[in-house]
Design a protein around this ligand. Sequence first.
Ligand code: SF4
Ligand code: SF4
Length: 354
Amino acid sequence: MAKTDLKFGKKLKKYGAIDFNACYNCGTCTAVCDLANKDVSFPRNMVRASVLGTSEDVKSSLKPWLCYYCGECTTFCPQEAKPGELMMSLRRYLTSRYDWTGLSGVFYRNTVAYIIGFLLIIAGVLGLYFSNIFDQEEMMHYGHYFEMFAIAGVFAFILLPNIIRMWKYTVWDTVKFFNIKVYFGSLKELLVHMFTQKRTLSCGTERENKVWWIQHLVLVIGYMSLLVITVFLDWFSTDYMVVNLAGYLVSFFIFAITFLFIIKRVKKKDEKTTFSHPSDWFFVIWLFFMGFSAFLVRIFVDLDILENNFWMYLFHIIILVQWALIIVPFGKWTHFLYRSFAMYFDDIVTKANK
Ligand code: SF4
Ligand code: SF4
């Protein structure tokens, strides 16, 4: 029998869960969920596990990642137990279980930790600048190298070990299965879902109205392209017209789309945007500032006014360091990664059970 954690419900509330104890197990949420089927049924069983406190069952489950938060279940729940919001909170909780550093949990449970982290980074960057160790040119040069090392370091030391832990909890501990042919063959699930998020198209109103999916797709492509253009093609220093224009274009898409996402969260017109956890706000606002500040830095370079307005670059690099050291490894950015791996692991588990 699964062990129960009597404080599990209380813990989940710290990750943003609300009202799920009102559930009376009617099953309406599972019946209306477009992504649930007879083989993979949710969210009712996840609500049940949360109410009963079977946290180890939740830890080994991929179901919270298979939900794309359309909000249909919340709309139809007769008890207003907000199952869609619970699934989102479970994703935050799972992120903290996968993270070997424990910092994801600290940030998710405590907004003050985010603020302290952001302030430390502001102090570090400004301290470095005003200590005159580096001149402006060197600051930009090392800022560029920081991006490369941050990407490689965060992936190698934090995200990769966390993905391995996720695999252990959800695949190894559940089906004890390792077959290189199957693992290799299922890789397409990982790549397809990572870049297209196509499952969203079967979910809720997205089936008819593909606006959110298209915006999301453009954002993912824009974000990846901006990484390549700034990190590998050195956008702020390049003389190549094509690279320069591409940088303007993708950074524009990023800040324009994230601006729309921020407005939607402010207006709260659908279930998806009604409940925003601080980590949701940080993600979307920082992504907006990433695109916007990168756009402005390059305009300042082209107008030859950056040297006298270096605060613009400092603002950009502060946002970038906060993004790279807090939001990417410990915040909502990881959902993009874990969800894609969940699709991959789910495919492996399904094949293992055949
Ligand atoms: S969450 Fe709501 S819809 Fe789902 S089983 Fe509970 S009461 Fe029913
Ligand atoms: S939010 Fe949508 S996808 Fe997620 S469980 Fe509810 S109905 Fe299913």
